[in-house]
Design a protein around this ligand. Structure first.
Ligand code: OFO
Length: 166
């Protein structure tokens, strides 16, 4: 594998771990404001991000590429409201989508078909990641500060479970 692509895949491995860090941090915020269903949703999200990170880790190893594990940047730790927290999650996923698209561009430029095939899963996953986060942003907006509506949403988000790693 070309060194430039190897470095970019390692950067994405770090970014996926960073995503897990961010979602654990948002989970802690939700626990602190007694929104345990929202917290559960973030906990599952963080675990999914760990699965994404492992995909990059395994792929690099399978391709006999070097794995590098630099520090994971500390995430933000305070939010003013559930809406702000989910808006941040949505913005974060938009940023990750751009990184995945750039990685795909690089794999294409380097003519690395195995990387392109590997990255295709993430291209599709990011469509879902953005849609899900934006959907919850919209639901929180609809709740419009009504504690009853927020309570119902909290119950719904509390039902999310971790699916098997794909
Ligand atoms: Fe790994 O999809 Fe979110 O960040």
């Amino acid at each position: 594998m070309k060194k430039k692509l190897e470095a970019a895949l390692n950067k994405q491995l770090n970014a996926e771990l960073g995503s897990a860090y961010l979602y654990f941090s948002i989970e802690a915020y939700f626990i602190s404001v007694n929104l345990n269903g929202f917290a559960n949703w973030m906990h599952i999200q963080a675990q999914e991000e760990m699965q994404h990170a492992m995909k990059f880790f395994d792929f690099l190893n399978d391709r006999n590429a070097a794995v590098s594990l630099p520090a994971i940047p500390a995430p933000k730790s305070t939010w003013k409201s559930p809406l702000e927290a989910f808006q941040d999650a949505y913005k974060h996923e938009q940023k990750i989508s751009k990184m995945i698209n750039d990685l795909m561009d690089l794999a294409t430029k380097e003519n690395d078909h195995a990387s392109r095939t590997f990255l295709q899963w993430f291209v599709e996953e990011q469509v879902e990641e953005e849609a899900t986060a934006l959907g919850i942003v919209e639901q929180i907006k609809l709740a419009g500060g009504s504690s009853g509506a927020l309570f119902i949403l909290d119950r719904e988000l509390g039902q999310r479970t971790l699916g098997p790693a794909e």
